[in-house]
Design a protein around this ligand. Sequence first.
Ligand SMILES: [Fe+2]
Length: 313
Amino acid sequence: MTQVTPQAFEISPEQVPSLKQEPERGELSGYLEQAGLVYFPTSPVELPSPEDVLFLRDVTPEYHKRKNISYYPTAKRVNGMGGTQELRDRAARILSGHHERVEAFLTQVLPTFANNWTSGTCSLRAFEEKDRAIDERKKSDLVHIDAGAYGATRGDSILRFLTNIDPEGERVWRVKGTVNELVDRYGEELGMRDQQLLREGPLDKLRHGLVSGLSTIYPLARSLDSSPYDRAMRRIHNHMKADREFQSSPDGAAELRFRSGSAWIVFADRTGHSCTSGRLCLIDTFIIRRASFKHGELSPYEILRRFSAGSNS
Ligand SMILES: [Fe+2]
């Protein structure tokens, strides 16, 4: 099967003001919905100060307790970081400030997406991604689509705003395939030609009710949620990473190099991507409601629904 290469769309600093008006901002959301990637060679969002960048690069690696350090706006706290309260407070201040600036920018250029969205984490990637010694399913250097952010999205979509804050180095991605092609490629062998694929059973509804209640007290409890949709996306994610032929073949693959101080936006559950090298990046996540899409038929949920009902994407 031939894979289509996801397309990148570059926006210069001079073009940024026009993004805040129609029709450009409508084009921007449409482009993202079509699994395109939007690249800003110069970040349209102010970066953390040079001192704060050096703190993130040189001080925080020693205090990582998990794959990443993440700031949760709802809980107003940093997760995955040890060290003193003072260090954690400084990290929280830097990541929350960046997240607020990203949120303000996206609200201006993607107002329909911002309607009722979930403003998720600001996550720090402070280690070199190339050949990072972690579990294969968690590795970022194998091409994948993202699945199940914060437990379950139930068909809402995962928008990520990424900023290369490494003062010296590029961040390099390899992109390959879009979600509709990947469903066509793997759907049969993963048993997704099944009318029940996206149907929530009593256990799903019970779990969702419990997690929703619990998350009003403990926001991080959301990560315990799950749904048939999110499990289907997770199966594709895992299958792609384990498919050696898909990973190694140059068919449909392209390399994208994001320079220091640049930023890019992508629906990470629509565009096949991997990070092959790069060591200092901030990733801000927003969960966009399915009802906010202009082209609902392009959403992963609708693609899976059509496939499960017997038609190709
Ligand atoms: Fe990813």
